[in-house]
Write a protein that binds this ligand. Structure first.
Ligand SMILES: Cc1cc2nc3c(=O)[nH]c(=O)nc-3n(C[C@H](O)[C@H](O)[C@H](O)COP(=O)(O)OP(=O)(O)OC[C@H]3O[C@@H](n4cnc5c(N)ncnc54)[C@H](O)[C@@H]3O)c2cc1C
Length: 352
């Protein structure tokens, strides 16, 4: 898609895939209902407004459940507002590709998470669109909407009033409620140990494309230190970003802290979990101390994004090894081994 593979001379491409440039970004006027500032849906609106595309394929919310994603083909810019925000769940986004073609849409944009974009790229040539723009978001893990409701019920006794949830890069979960309240919970205080072992499916736990490497532009937040994080991957990605003009403010990314001990500690816990053993939990007295320290001394900015990508690499190797060892040879690409090897996880015979 980008005319080249990851460039070893640009070390961050090992983590995030090929990119022309990475920037910190925010909409000057953040959009109501957006997950962050609404860069993703605004780019799609601009594509429709300028006539660059006939339709945008993305997710909206089920009218009966704000958390349930439903695929939708949007043809009017004003209808993009209803698609803003993150929903947890799976929905067959690409099932609308053929209806889009049948309706005569030749120039199309798609907003998708990595597994959707991966499948899209495999189909792209045979679909024969005149123009296809791909706006990707990163995705760490997904689960069924039902399971997500169970998670919300562990966090609050009024789960039906939650309108927003995000895992922030400052090691907190932010929740917003219908009455305007905002609640922040340190990661270390999340009831993760109460979640069933299969809360996140094996497909997510062994995903090697956290940052949506095949998108033209990836719109995330991990390296953004409170703002958004854009990875412009090719010329089409530049074209997409330019549609925002001065509606978006761009600034330089930064990096602080060290990731090694966070990833190494995570690896130990995943090893226990993948082997079916109880995860070692931190003593209760230490939790508030760590919850205070992590946003201040833990990995931040680009270093936080690298941390998360390495955690996924480690998770992939350990879970596949435990559950489907014979698949490793085909499912773990070389750059993932390179990330995992920094933590002593080396390929065994037949795994590479
Ligand atoms: C399950 C999931 C996990 C994510 N994990 C991360 C992460 O770990 N790190 C990170 O940087 N970013 C992650 N994201 C992306 C992040 O939540 C924001 O969507 C992104 O940063 C864009 O913000 P925005 O304000 O520009 O989006 P908005 O303008 O609000 O647009 C969000 C877009 O995402 C689409 N969308 C919402 N839910 C889904 C879904 N279930 N499947 C497919 N598309 C959907 C919407 O239809 C909309 O087009 C995740 C997204 C999802 C759906």
């Amino acid at each position: 898609m980008h005319g080249r593979a990851r460039d070893p001379a640009r070390p961050d491409e090992l983590f995030f895939g090929p990119f022309r440039r990475m920037v910190r970004a925010a909409m000057v006027a953040p959009r109501e209902g957006a997950q962050w500032t609404g860069i993703t849906t605004r780019i799609a609106e601009r594509l429709l407004e300028t006539g660059a595309v006939d339709a945008v394929l993305t997710m909206t919310a089920d009218p009966a459940d704000r958390w349930r994603p439903v695929p939708v083909l949007v043809t009017r810019a004003s209808d993009m507002a209803a698609c803003r925000g993150m929903r947890m769940g799976y929905a067959p986004l690409l099932a609308l590709l053929e209806p889009a073609l049948a309706a005569g849409h030749k120039r199309v944009a798609i907003i998708g998470i990595p597994c959707q974009v991966y499948a899209l790229r495999a189909l792209e040539a045979e679909l024969g669109f005149e123009r296809l723009y791909v706006i990707g978001t990163p995705c760490s893990d997904n689960t069924t909407t039902e399971r997500f409701h169970e998670f919300l019920a562990l966090l609050t006794n009024a789960p039906e009033t939650v309108t927003y949830l995000e895992f922030l890069p400052d090691f907190h979960v932010e929740m917003r409620f219908t009455d305007g309240r905002v609640k922040r919970i340190p990661f270390l205080r999340l009831p993760i140990s109460k979640l069933p072992g299969d809360f996140f499916p094996l497909t997510c736990r062994t995903c090697v494309d956290y940052t949506n490497v095949l998108a033209d532009i990836t719109v995330g937040y991990m390296a953004g230190r409170g703002a958004q994080w854009l990875l412009v991957r090719n010329a089409r990605g530049e074209e997409l970003l330019s549609l925002l003009g001065d509606e978006v403010v761009l600034s330089k990314l930064s990096s602080a802290g060290k990731r090694h001990s966070s990833v190494a500690g995570y690896l130990q816990n995943v090893e226990l979990a993948a082997g079916g053993l109880p995860v070692r939990s931190m003593p209760n007295w230490l939790r508030p101390v760590m919850a205070f320290l992590m946003p201040r001394v833990g990995p931040r900015g680009l270093e936080f994004a690298r941390t998360r990508v390495e955690m996924k690499a480690v998770e992939t190797v350990l879970h596949l090894r435990a559950r489907h060892p014979r698949r490793m040879r085909n499912m773990v690409p070389p750059h993932v081994w390179a990330l995992a090897e920094a933590y002593g996880l080396r390929a065994k015979e037949g795994e590479k």
